[in-house]
Design a binder for this molecule. Structure first.
Ligand SMILES: [Fe+2]
Ligand SMILES: [Fe+2]
Length: 279
């Protein structure tokens, strides 16, 4: 099988690096891009974990390896851009700092979500998050090379979602995971997006020798991230998440979820801003 997970391959050479404009680099976006580059570049470890969890399913394992290659490529593209935007940023050294402090459960042989279907629900939720994130970032960024990178990545992330969703449907037939359980795993994964991985990546990429303060890094990360989302991004996240959980994406519950998400994002943004201003 081809080593592309989505069938839309591109390389770093396809990025229009020559249109990079240092005057248009936003310092807040630069911080986020540095953090994202480290999480993406760690995709190889996720492939190891997924291959352990899906032992015996060779087709899925091939797809997971190809998927991880694309995530690593995202890390390289973002890392290269961040090095162009800031000569003091050393992508490889920051990545070493990140993996020294954050490790995935590589020796797990069962999904930490309880089943393969649960794992696929969680993978779908991550891709929903990343496809929306890079879409929002591509629209918010003024620097043209970064816009091009984020647009390419957003397309990949959306296709990754479709890839995991198609495997989810296969495994649901075999494992019969109920809607309530799917919804709980999906919600659990949303809550985890505020966990250590992103906060630590933010620290590893942007810290300047001080000790890691999880809460401070998490607030700093969220304050910058929440500012880029618009209503349309949240709508799409709700529709895709509800599909993943097996719920109607256009019903009243989805409407409430969208309103709640909009409120929560505004609230998180305000809280993070107040905490940062007080620090
Ligand atoms: Fe990615
Ligand atoms: Fe992805």
């Amino acid at each position: 099988m081809s080593r592309t997970a989505t069938g839309r391959d591109w390389t770093l050479e396809d990025i229009p690096w020559d249109i990079f404009d240092a005057q248009k680099v936003d310092p807040d976006i630069l911080k986020l891009v540095k953090a994202a580059s480290l999480v993406e570049y760690n995709g190889g470890d996720y492939a190891t974990y997924l291959c352990n969890v899906f032992r015996g399913d060779h087709e899925f394992q091939d797809a997971a390896r190809a998927w991880a290659d694309e995530e690593v490529k995202h890390g390289r593209a973002l890392g290269r851009w961040a090095e162009m935007a800031d000569d003091s940023f050393d992508f490889e050294r920051s990545f070493q700092r990140f993996v020294e402090g954050f490790r995935l459960p590589l020796d797990a042989t069962r999904s930490v979500r309880g089943s393969r279907s649960g794992e696929l629900v969680a993978r779908c939720m991550v891709e929903i998050g990343t496809s929306s994130y890079y879409t929002a970032l591509a629209e918010a960024a003024e620097e043209p090379a970064l816009r091009a990178i984020c647009s390419k990545i957003a397309g990949d992330e959306f296709r990754h979602y479709k890839l995991f969703y198609s495997y989810l449907n296969r495994y649901l037939e075999r494992e019969g995971m109920g809607r309530l359980r799917r919804a709980l795993v999906a919600l659990g994964r949303v809550r985890e997006s505020e966990d250590d991985e992103l906060a630590y990546a933010y620290y590893a990429a942007n810290g300047e020798g001080e000790a890691y303060d999880r809460e401070r890094c998490s607030h700093a990360y969220l304050q910058r991230t929440c500012a880029f989302y618009r209503s349309r991004h949240l709508r799409r996240m709700v529709v895709m998440s509800f599909k993943t959980a097996g719920l109607s994406p256009r019903g009243r519950l989805a409407e409430w979820a969208w309103r709640f998400l909009s409120w929560r994002l505004r609230h998180r943004h305000q809280m993070a801003k107040m905490t940062n201003e007080a620090a």
